[in-house]
Write a protein that binds this ligand. Structure first.
Ligand code: ZN
Length: 588
C-alpha cells in the first residue's frame, strides 16, 4: 500500500493515528493503548483500540483493523488515494498535485477546474442577487412564505437568478471563452447559435454539490408561473444527474453515523427535512432514482426510508426505486405521508403544516416496504378473481426479492390474509418463482478461529517487537522450521521474512498480506497486555516448539511401524524411533 518513499508513506510517517481517529471516535488512554466505542459496529462498552506506537487500530468486537489509511477508507468509504489525501489534509501536509499523464488528461482537468470555478462564481452571483437587488427581495419574500429564514437561505446557499437574461453572462464573459460558458450549462446558446444568454432567469437557485462539496450544478424553481416550474443544469463534464444526490455532501456523515438515509424527491423536501434536524436526508432530484445514485448511497448505508411525493408520479417513482434498492440489497422502509386536508403532502408541506416532531414520529413508524406495497395492492379492485391476480402480480416481484426464506414465508401469509387469497395458491406461486430467482444470501464465513496457543502468541509478539533479539529468533524459527504445521503458520511465515531484515517490522503491511482470520489474530496479539519479552522466555518457547516437532515425528514413525510391522526398513524405523525418544528426553 504505502510504498517506501511515496507520498502515502510520508503521510503515514507524519500522521498520528490517535489524533486522526480521535476526530471520529472519543478515545481514552488505557494502559499503553487508547480505547473507545467502535464506529463500525454498535456497542455500549469499548472494544475498539488504537495502538499509538504501532500506529494501528483493532476492534475486538467486529474484527475491523488496520492502519490510519484503512480506518479512513472504511470511515469515509473512499478508495486508498482519497484516504491518503484526507489524512494529509487533517495533518496539514501539503498534497502534491497529481501528475497528468497525457495532454488530453491535462486539458480535461483544466476544463473541469474551470467549470467548477464558473459554478463558484455563478453561486456567488446568485447569492448576491438574492441579498441585494429589488428582484431578489421578491424572491426572499417567496422563500419567507415557504418558511425559509435568512439562516436557512445562507445554510443551503439559496440564491436568485434575475430576469434580465444576460446579467450573469456579462459578468462571466470577460473571463471565459464562450465554448466553456456554454459547456458549463449556466449559459445557453440560442437556436441560431449567434447569441448567448443566461440559462436561469427569474428563478430561485439551489446549488447542487458533488459528494466532496464542490458545486457542480444548479436546480432552479420558477418564481412566477414560468414553465417549466423546475429547471436544472444540463448534463456537463462535471455533472451527471444520475451520479449525484442532492445534500449528499452534508448528509454522508449523519448517514454513516445513524446507518440509514431518508430519500426524498426534491431539494425543497431535503431542505425541509434537514431543517427539522434530520441531517441524514438526500434527494434524488428527479422522479426516479438511478443505479449510480444507489451505489453512491450504498457506500454509506444499506438502510433507507423512501419518502417520495404521494401523487401518482411519486408512487410510481417509489416503486421503481424499490426495485433498484432491493436489487442492491438495501433494507427499505416507505413513508407515505397522510394528506393534509385535501392536499397530498410532500415532506416540505407536511413539516411546514404539522411540524418537525410529527414528521419524526411518522418516520420512526415507517413500515417495511412490503407493508406499503400491500396497502397499495389493497387499493386495487379485489372483488374479482382477475383483480386479485393483478394485485398478486403487482406484489410478487417484490416478495421474490426478500432474500430470507422465513421472512418471505411470513410475508406470503400476510399477503394471503390481507388480500383474501387462498394461501396454498399463493405459496405455490411463490415457490415457483423462488426456484427461478438467484441464490440465497451467503452466510459470512466464520472469521474467528481457534485461539492460538499461548506459546505461539508470545512468539508472535516477540517477533513483532523484541528489537533486541527478533532477528535471532526469526533465524532459529526458520532454521528449525519450527512453525510449520502450526495454526498460526502463515502469521509466522510473514513475520519471519520481515524479521530477518533490519528494517522495523511493517505491521500493517504484514496485516494486509494475511487472510482476514489471521490478520485479526495477529492484531489481537499485538494489543494484548503483555510483559516485556526476554531471550530466556524466547528460548523456552522455542524448546516447546522443538518438543512438539519431535513428538509429531515420533507419532508418524510409530504409525508407519504399526501399519506394516514386518515390512522392509523396520530396523531403520526403530532406530529413528530410539533417536527421537532420546532427543525428546534431552529436550526436557
Ligand atoms: Zn467493531
Amino acid at each position: 500500500m504505502a510504498e517506501a518513499g511515496s507520498f502515502a508513506d510520508r503521510v503515514k510517517q507524519q500522521a498520528d493515528i490517535v489524533r486522526v481517529i480521535g476526530e471520529y471516535v472519543r478515545l481514552k488512554k488505557s494502559g499503553q493503548n487508547f480505547t473507545g466505542l467502535c464506529p463500525f459496529h454498535g456497542e455500549k462498552t469499548p472494544s475498539f483500540a488504537v495502538h499509538p506506537v504501532k500506529q494501528i487500530f483493532h476492534c475486538f468486537g467486529c474484527g475491523k483493523g488496520g492502519d490510519v489509511f484503512s480506518f479512513v477508507m472504511e470511515m469515509e468509504k473512499c478508495p486508498f488515494p482519497d484516504a491518503v489525501k484526507v489524512v494529509a489534509e487533517k495533518c496539514g501536509i501539503p498534497v502534491p498535485r497529481p501528475k497528468e499523464r497525457t495532454p488530453e488528461e491535462r486539458q480535461e482537468n483544466q476544463q473541469r477546474a474551470a467549470l467548477i470555478e464558473i459554478h463558484r462564481e455563478a453561486q456567488a452571483f446568485f447569492v448576491r442577487q438574492l441579498e441585494s437587488t429589488a428582484e431578489g427581495r421578491a424572491a426572499r419574500a417567496y422563500l419567507g412564505d415557504r418558511g425559509l429564514n435568512a439562516e436557512s437561505i445562507a445554510q443551503f446557499g439559496i440564491g436568485y437568478a434575475p430576469s434580465g437574461g444576460d446579467v450573469l453572462l456579462r459578468q462571466l464573459k470577460p473571463k471565459y471563452v464562450e465554448k466553456l460558458l456554454v459547456e458549463s450549462g449556466v449559459i445557453s446558446r440560442d437556436q441560431s447559435g449567434a447569441r448567448l444568454f443566461d440559462r436561469f432567469r427569474r428563478r430561485i437557485t439551489f446549488p447542487i454539490a458533488n459528494e466532496s462539496g464542490k458545486i457542480v450544478a444548479f436546480g432552479c424553481r420558477a418564481l412566477g408561473d414560468d414553465l417549466p416550474k423546475y429547471l436544472n443544469s444540463p448534463e456537463t463534464p462535471i455533472y451527471s444527474k444520475s451520479n449525484v444526490l442532492y445534500h449528499m455532501d452534508r448528509a454522508k456523515e449523519p448517514i454513516r453515523r445513524q446507518d440509514f438515509a431518508i430519500l426524498v424527491e426534491g431539494y425543497m423536501d431535503a431542505i425541509a427535512v434537514a431543517r427539522a434536524g434530520i441531517g441524514n436526508v438526500v434527494a434524488s432530484c428527479g422522479t426516479s432514482l438511478a443505479e449510480p445514485q444507489i451505489k453512491l448511497l450504498g457506500r454509506f448505508t444499506k438502510r433507507v426510508i423512501v419518502n417520495y411525493d404521494p401523487d401518482v408520479a411519486g408512487q410510481a417513482a417509489t416503486e421503481r426505486s424499490l426495485t433498484l434498492l432491493l436489487e442492491q440489497d438495501f433494507e427499505v422502509r416507505v413513508l407515505a405521508l397522510p394528506a393534509i386536508g385535501d392536499k397530498k403532502a410532500d415532506p416540505d408541506l407536511f413539516i411546514r403544516e404539522k411540524g418537525a416532531e410529527a414528521y419524526i414520529k411518522l418516520l420512526k413508524e415507517a413500515p417495511p416496504y412490503v407493508d406499503y406495497l400491500i396497502a397499495r395492492a389493497r387499493q386495487m379492485d379485489l372483488s374479482t378473481g382477475e383483480g386479485k391476480q393483478r394485485a398478486l402480480n403487482f406484489l410478487m416481484p417484490y416478495v421474490q426479492r426478500i432474500p430470507n426464506r422465513l421472512l418471505r414465508s411470513e410475508w406470503a401469509t400476510r399477503i394471503a390474509q390481507q388480500l383474501r387469497i387462498d394461501e396454498p395458491v399463493l405459496r405455490a406461486a411463490l415457490n415457483k418463482s423462488a426456484t427461478e430467482r438467484r441464490g440465497e444470501v451467503k452466510v459470512a464465513p466464520q472469521l474467528v478461529g481457534k485461539p492460538a496457543k499461548q506459546i505461539e502468541r508470545r512468539l508472535i509478539r516477540m517477533l513483532a517487537e523484541a528489537e533486541g533479539f527478533r532477528k535471532e529468533l526469526a533465524q532459529r524459527l526458520q532454521h528449525g522450521r519450527l512453525y510449520e504445521g502450526l495454526e498460526t503458520e502463515k502469521v509466522f511465515a510473514a513475520l519471519i521474512v520481515a524479521g530477518l531484515s533490519d528494517e522495523p517490522i511493517p505491521t500493517t503491511e504484514i496485516g494486509a498480506q494475511l487472510e482476514e482470520r489471521e490478520r485479526r489474530l495477529f492484531f489481537e496479539i499485538l494489543f494484548e497486555d503483555a510483559q516485556e519479552p526476554t531471550w530466556e522466555e524466547a528460548e523456552s518457547c522455542l524448546d516447546a516448539l522443538r518438543r512438539r516437532q519431535i513428538e509429531q515425528e515420533l507419532a508418524k514413525v510409530q504409525k508407519t511401524i504399526e501399519a506394516n510391522p514386518s515390512g522392509a526398513g523396520l530396523r531403520e524405523l526403530l532406530e529413528r524411533k530410539q533417536e527421537l525418544m532420546k532427543r525428546l528426553t534431552a529436550a526436557g
